[in-house]
Design a protein around this ligand. Structure first.
Ligand SMILES: Nc1ncnc2c1ncn2[C@@H]1O[C@H](COP(=O)(O)OP(=O)(O)OP(=O)(O)O)[C@@H](O)[C@H]1O
Length: 267
């Protein structure tokens, strides 16, 4: 139910007004099967670009992207993306939203219904199955998006700031619930956020990217007991360390660190 993820020497460029513009430069990242890795970095540093590459929505300009040892050539059911918003189809009920991917994958009706019911129960939406997205709170919408993602039994879950539009209490609850679902399923998670505390609260490791073009400037293991919450003293303390890495990179104008060089930090 989980797969390792690897980016080796990955660079990505987009056409700009004055020729090609690098969004990611020489990114090397290994994520073990079942690991929960968070990626932080300033706006525009290439976090979503990295997820798009893993999802197979785009191909790298240079380097290799692989999942479970096989090169990523396009989207696949082994990798599911969860976005900040606009994730649900407004014209479908919660139940049908969660069933959507399963139906497309040809899962028979009976099995589909059972899977949908299971995941709606796990995310606390059993009573909201017949509602439509506009009838849900932001937190409920993201719960439905999580149910839809987990119901597909992906090997890798790619999460792009999924909780950043939520109020703090909803976000805090979802942090705990996501950690529980992750522990239960063993799925590999790559979670992108610009919120350092969120990254430390959720991740086994926090990967720190420099401002664009994104390069890895830090790889911070988090060994604190789970489930963690953003307000915990230890999360706050470790977040300050990650914050300092980001600030130092900013002040030094770091844009070209290399592993082993002065600007690459492993804690
Ligand atoms: N399809 C595209 N075409 C052209 N430029 C792009 C495209 N996608 C991303 N970029 C550029 O690549 C850089 C990285 O963008 P990306 O969205 O990956 O950053 P990010 O770290 O996710 O930012 P944010 O935190 O603001 O969401 C930016 O300069 C962005 O403008």
């Amino acid at each position: 139910m989980s797969a390792p993820v690897s980016l080796r020497g990955v660079s990505q460029a987009f056409a700009g007004s004055r020729g090609g513009r690098l969004a990611l430069d020489g990114v090397d990242l290994e994520v073990a099967a079942g690991e929960f890795v968070c990626v932080v970095g300033p706006s525009g540093c290439g976090k979503s670009t990295m997820l798009d590459l893993l999802a197979g929505h785009t191909r790298p300009a240079r380097g290799d992207v692989s999942v479970a040892g096989a090169g990523v050539r396009g989207p696949g059911p082994d990798r599911v993306m969860v976005f900040q918003e606009h994730a649900l189809f407004p014209w479908l009920s919660v139940r049908d939203n969660v069933a959507f991917g399963l139906k497309n994958a040809g899962v028979p009706l009976e099995e589909r219904d059972a899977t949908v019911a299971t995941w709606l129960r796990k995310v606390g939406l059993a009573d909201a199955a017949d509602l439509h997205p506009h009838q849900l709170s932001g937190g409920m919408r993201q719960r439905a998006a999580l149910a839809r993602a987990f119901a597909m039994r992906p090997q890798v879950l790619l999460m792009d700031e999924p909780f950043s539009a939520l109020d703090a209490p909803s976000r805090d609850r979802l942090h705990v619930e996501l950690q529980e679902l992750w522990a239960e399923t063993g799925v590999t998670i790559v979670f992108v956020t610009h919120n350092v505390r969120e990254a430390v609260a959720l991740g086994d490791r926090v990967i720190v990217l420099s401002s664009g073009p994104g390069r890895i400037i830090g790889d911070v293991p988090v060994t604190l007991h789970r489930p963690r919450v953003v307000e915990s003293e230890r999360v706050v303390a470790l977040s300050a360390t990650v914050r300092r890495l980001l600030d130092a990179a900013d002040q030094l104008g770091i844009s070209a660190p290399r592993e082993g060089g002065d600007s690459y930090v492993t804690i």
